[in-house]
Write a protein that binds this ligand. Structure first.
Ligand code: GCB
Ligand code: CA
Length: 894
């Protein structure tokens, strides 16, 4: 049935277009069969040994396996096949299969014959298939088989990187049919012609069109190539016509439109797009043979070492984010609408720039950028390291040429980038001479790629994005190759202090005068489940990330010479090999993996908004818990607000509580939460303008004195060895930091928070992936050397859950993105202890490492009846080494 529909579509569209020689593009996304079993092209189509699964494109074969506890994901071969009817209306056309991108080596077979192949997972490509096709639209005569391979290949970039190399046909595939006389398709550039604007100013603009015509017939053709320019309202504003006589083969042509008066300029504030329609027709008969339509935007720009970026003659600070192309549960196989949605979110934040990192993305991304008004850079995935082989160099060059040619006409692009942190993983660390040669080879590759880029497109700047090792990039000569430098900086995150960021900016400005730069990355992980009122570096709290962004943006804004602030990253993304609080995820997104805003997103919105703006940044932290202050049955906790107004009024349950001045986009107020729902309203005020926000926050007030009758104790969830909070939305639970025991209340006796030896980055705990749980942060911290845990609860029946994980010992792979130091070897001293609850032995000779393994979650529920004044006393008696406890839950049953 599906095949019939496809056939019908083909027939329908060809019938409606066949009167004119316009190209046909029809998606071929539906009802493919897919397998990872071994399959052979020469084997029978029907072979029953192979299990096929019916899938639609976009599709990846790794979406499910990148989040499990098994290290790694399938990197190998996958097969796609389908049967397809092709209308005989296309018999006299040139037919191609156009792939917007597939990861990473693609071979295409039509009816058992190899039609073509492509290397590289991120650029589009066109495979000519006419000569293999059977044209009979009535039956599914054609067999298309696509073999894809996402194995590691030392000659194909990226070799290593902090993201997942999902395999599959993860973008749209089209059947494209053109007349034998058509705009040439090279480097996968299906848009036909290259359009540039060699000069633009407010009064005048010039347009240059260049392209090539392919004549695939045996005869000489007299042709007319005409280019028409239309404004937004489809009024024709200019036209140029050239005559071309072409023999069989490809023939280049160029056209100029010398002067467009008073061009409407393109800018993020007003992304005014013209369109350019270029047509080939037969000179004598006037019959139209091919036609392409492209976007056109008039803008000019400059990167300057002192003034930063200039757009249309004015200094213009670029502020935005990078983007990876994956999404929760979908891997990299996203429909176009979801790509658009990301850009809409960046725009809504006030961003004017997208770094399309670390590879070219779906064509819909740049369409969105052109239309929404977002400036961009695009890059090829040469990340971390290179292979010194001809084949590697060739693949880099091919990717670069494809990237530039395919995307050339997008007015949103200002930068082509061809290397990212290429000195992060220096090879030959134990052979200095060889390493010098390796660096020299990298430099040579950079020079080659830079000159290809400038030759292919003299109108854009080139960029290399470096990590923060200023001297190394300088010494190797890499800082003098590209038009501008991108710095990926993480001071105050992976290493150093926030203030080191500011000094880095000044250092560049002083020691590399004449060399424009932008901050191509900066960011801090924010696990949306982790909150803290004492945020510290690497605690993964949302609060630390907000502070980090506030600091960085201010430092950049203060310095006109810094061209831009590009946050890493717009959204959380998958990096299968990562561990930390949310294993497999890089949490530096301003949005979560499924695109929910985190606090720093609102901070940017406040800083960039042109209208009055206010937002309770942590308004989404709806489940809160805190301890009542003994007298008033309230708990005071700070709440942060992002706004662009002068001051903010806070109201709780309709009553004024405070007015605060906004400093650098943020302010906060201690809110006296009551038990239950608290309605928090905030109002921003400035010059008679007002704006407001509201959050309904569910507060669970805990008694300090557990026998307090006015606030009966019902339960508590405690993280040991941490000063952070953890929110489990699924279970509707909040975990709070521990305290030291005081009579009447609850807390820990003895021991100290566990801190990983030799890891200066972590404030406490570990960043190991805790197996057997998704709530890693519950287990990643612990009290080591604990003697007792006491809760002076009243009489009743309780359930106590003890949460353990052995945090020490070898099982850990080093952190994938360890930018600063190496982990010290961990001691794995044996620890054996007994656990007694109210003097009843509940676990004896507990040896976590031996019984469960290192870094595995262990939860034990114990029923306890409390019959006397002393409440619950949990004792930890050491047999060997120091006892530990990671988290504790106590629930009153009755
Ligand atoms: C970087 C890399 C990027 C990583 C990022 C991080 O410098 O360019 O690919 O994801 O750091 O989060 O560590
Ligand atoms: Ca697409």
């Amino acid at each position: 049935m599906k095949y019939f529909i496809l056939f019908y579509c083909l027939f329908y569209s060809v019938a409606s277009w066949s009167q004119q020689g316009v190209r046909t593009m029809i998606s071929v996304n539906d009802a493919w069969q897919f397998t990872r079993d071994s399959f052979s092209i020469s084997g029978s189509w029907k072979s029953s040994a192979v299990k096929w699964q019916v899938v639609n494109l976009p599709h990846t074969w790794n979406a499910d396996e990148v989040m499990d506890d098994v290290a790694g994901y399938y990197r190998g071969i996958g097969w796609y096949r389908k049967k397809m009817a092709v209308s005989d209306h296309l018999k006299n056309k040139q037919v191609f299969l156009y792939f917007e991108g597939a990861n990473q080596v693609t071979e295409v077979f039509i009816n058992g014959n190899k039609a073509g192949e492509h290397i590289g997972g991120y650029t589009g490509f066109c495979i000519p298939v006419s000569k293999f096709l059977l044209f009979d639209g009535k039956e599914n005569l054609n067999e298309i088989v696509v073999k894809l391979d996402n194995s590691h290949n030392p000659n194909i970039p990226p070799l290593s990187a902090d993201f997942t190399f999902y395999g599959g046909m993860y973008r749209d595939v089209y059947l494209m049919a053109v007349d034998p006389v058509h705009f040439s398709i090279t480097g996968g550039a299906v848009q036909g012609v290259l359009i540039s604007t060699p000069s633009v100013n407010e009064k005048n603009a010039a347009i240059h069109i260049k392209g090539s015509v392919t004549n695939a017939t045996a005869s000489k053709k007299n042709l007319k190539v005409s280019t028409q320019v239309f404004d937004k309202h489809r009024n024709k504003i200019a036209q140029v016509i050239s005559k071309l006589t072409v023999l069989t083969g490809d023939h280049s042509f160029e056209q100029d439109i010398k002067s467009i008066g008073n061009p409407k300029l393109w800018s993020p504030e007003d992304p005014y797009l013209y369109s350019v329609v270029t047509t080939i027709s037969d000179a004598a008969s006037g019959e139209q043979l091919d036609e392409v339509t492209n976007p056109l935007g008039f803008r000019w720009f400059q990167f300057d070492a002192d003034k930063g970026f200039l757009l249309n003659g004015h200094p213009y600070k670029l502020v935005g984010a990078s983007r990876h192309q994956d999404f929760k549960q979908k891997g990299n196989a996203l429909p176009d609408e979801m790509a658009w949605n990301d850009l809409a979110l960046l725009k809504k934040m006030g961003g004017n720039f997208l770094r399309i990192a670390h590879y070219p993305q779906d064509p819909s991304i740049l369409e969105a950028c052109d239309q929404l008004g977002i400036l961009t850079s695009v890059e090829i995935p040469v990340v971390n390291e290179i292979t010194e082989s001809d084949s590697f160099y060739r693949n880099c060059q091919q990717m670069l040429v494809e990237m530039v040619r395919q995307n050339y006409n997008h007015p949103s692009i200002v930068l082509w980038c061809y290397m990212n942190e290429i000195l992060l993983r220096p090879r030959f660390n134990d052979d200095n001479e060889r390493q010098v040669l390796y660096y020299r080879n990298i430099l040579q590759l950079a020079k080659d790629l830079d000159s290809i880029s400038r030759k292919e497109d003299p109108f854009r700047f080139t960029m290399i994005a470096n990590h923060g090792d200023f001297d190394r990039y300088n010494k190797t000569g890499l800082t003098s190759v590209p038009g501008i430098i991108g710095w990926n900086l993480y001071q105050g995150w992976y290493g150093g202090q926030l203030a080191d960021f500011s000094s880095f900016l000044d250092k560049h400005h002083q020691s590399l005068p004449g060399c424009p730069f932008l901050i191509s990355e900066y960011g801090a992980d924010a696990d949306p489940r982790i909150r803290s009122f004492n945020p510290v570096k690497f605690d993964k709290s949302v609060e630390y990330a907000t502070d980090f962004h506030q600091f960085y943006l201010e430092a950049i804004n203060k310095r006109p010479f810094v061209a831009g602030a590009i946050v890493w990253n717009l959204a959380d993304f998958n990096s299968e090999g990562r561990e930390e609080s949310m294993p497999h995820i890089n949490n530096k997104g301003l949005l979560t993996w499924d695109r929910k805003a985190k606090d720093p997103y609102y901070f940017y919105q406040a800083k960039l908004a042109k209208q009055p703006f206010i937002k309770i940044t942590s308004g989404d932290w709806k489940l809160r818990t805190g301890i009542s202050d003994s007298t008033a049955l309230v708990c005071k906790q700070p709440v942060q607000v992002a706004s662009n107004m002068d001051s903010v009024i806070f109201m709780l349950n309709g009553i004024f509580i405070s007015a605060q001045k906004v400093v650098n986009g943020l302010c906060s107020c201690l809110v006296p939460f009551q038990n239950g729902v608290n309605i928090l309203e905030v109002q921003g005020v400035q010059d008679g303008m007002r704006c407001s926000d509201r959050a309904d926050l569910d507060f669970k007030l805990l008694p300090w004195n557990l026998k307090d009758k006015s606030l009966p104790f019902t339960g508590i969830n405690i993280l040991l060895g941490a000063t952070r909070y953890f929110i489990d939305e699924e279970k509707q639970q909040t975990w709070i930091p521990d305290q030291t025991y005081q009579p009447g209340s609850w807390g820990c006796v003895g021991g100290k928070p566990f801190k990983m030896a030799g890891n200066n980055r972590l404030p406490y705990g570990t960043e190991k992936n805790i197996l057997g749980t998704d709530n890693d942060p519950v287990y990643q911290t612990q009290q080591i050397g604990i003697q007792q845990y006491r809760l002076d609860v009243p009489y009743g029946e309780y359930e106590v859950t003890l949460h353990f994980a052995e945090l020490q010992g070898a099982q850990m792979k080093p952190l994938v993105y360890n930018l600063t130091q190496n982990e010290a070897t961990e001691n794995s001293d044996e620890r054996i202890f007994h656990v007694l609850v109210n003097d009843v032995m509940v676990m004896d000779n507990l040896n976590l490492a031996k019984q469960y393994g290192v870094a595995r979650a262990v939860a034990k529920k114990v029923k306890v009846s409390v019959r006397d004044q002393s409440g619950i006393i949990i004792r930890f008696n050491a047999v060997k080494g120091e006892p530990v406890l990671n988290a504790l839950q106590v629930k009153r049953i009755y």
